[in-house]
Design a protein around this ligand. Structure first.
Ligand code: PLP
Length: 290
């Protein structure tokens, strides 16, 4: 599969795509991104990802000339040319090019990248056996400091630190609490717990990214008779529940079977996790065709 990049209007092989060292995201993290999956020649939840990206563009005041619908066309065209059936798209939009924080002093023509590639976040066997997770010392950025709906490149340094801390402890993923000690999310995934017949997931006001996979799983679960509550959750709730699973574009749906060295439920991905994984996989066939 050729890895292709659409960069500011030109499609090239991945190795040939270059941006200026003065790109404002390279210098300051002043950019936005989306990760999107391709399943069976269909781009999954493309419109939802583009909506989130363009809401971020509006909030940050990027002087974007490319419309959402032009971006949609470019994404689908790049996938078509990459002749890819299953893969991962990385979409980046940065404010522009130039040194200095002040946007008025830089070339404010956004740099736009659509990279069509592949990504495996966790080893394939983790989808059968489940993930071991540890609670990290890194807290999510409080929502009144940086709105969590903003999927900015710069925000992710805290998540990378949390991931490193988890790696050092031999865990596959790191859990991040918020400033109040409530459960927020993992470094690139949202979290759900199952207790009895009820599924709970942190409320968006806990400082989480309101994941597109999260929202899809909530919809699928409710449509299939489960009760799902967006709630305030503490580590106590996690230690004492029956099942935990994570969701995300890269992660998809994956069971968490151990937290901080304690087994969760029976220590294997439970029946609700398995059922929602099945429903999610079925639903991945509904994306935008190219
Ligand atoms: C911090 C964080 N939380 C949650 C998610 C899951 O969001 P989505 O399902 O939209 O990929 C991601 C993935 O982008 C993320 O980076």
């Amino acid at each position: 599969m050729p890895k292709l990049v659409w960069l500011n209007g030109t499609i090239t092989p991945l190795e040939e795509a270059v941006v200026s060292v003065q790109d404002h995201a390279h210098l300051y993290g002043d950019g936005l991104f989306e990760g999107i999956r391709i399943y069976n020649r269909r781009v999954f939840k493309l419109d939802e990802h583009l909506r989130r990206l363009y809401d971020g563009i509006a909030y940050l005041g990027f002087e974007m000339e490319m419309t959402l619908s032009e971006m949609r066309t470019a994404v689908l065209e790049t996938c078509r040319q990459a002749e890819i059936a299953d893969g991962y798209i990385r979409l980046n939009v940065t404010r522009g090019t130039g040194l200095g924080l002040d946007p008025k002093n830089i070339n404010r023509r956004p740099n736009v990248m659509i990279m069509v590639s592949s990504l495996a976040l966790y080893p394939p066997e983790a989808y059968e056996t489940g993930l071991k997770v540890v609670t990290t010392s890194f807290r999510v950025i409080p929502p009144d400091c940086l709105d969590p709906r903003l999927k900015t490149i710069g925000r992710y340094v805290a998540n990378i630190l949390a991931k490193q801390e988890a790696n050092r402890q031999g865990a596959g993923e790191g859990l991040m609490l918020n400033y109040q000690g409530q459960v927020a999310e993992c470094t690139g995934d949202n979290i759900f717990l199952v207790k009895g017949k009820t599924i709970r997931t942190p409320h968006p006001s806990c400082g989480i990214l309101e994941g597109i996979t999260r929202n899809t799983v909530i919809e699928l679960a409710r449509a299939n008779g489960f009760t799902v509550i967006e709630d305030y959750i503490t580590p106590f709730d996690l230690y004492a529940c029956d099942e935990i699973f994570l969701t995300g574009t890269a992660a998809e749906v994956i069971g968490m079977v151990m937290l901080d060295g304690r087994p969760i439920g029976c220590g294997k991905p439970g029946p609700v996790t398995q059922e929602l994984t099945r429903l999610f996989r079925e639903h991945t066939q509904t994306g935008a065709e190219f």
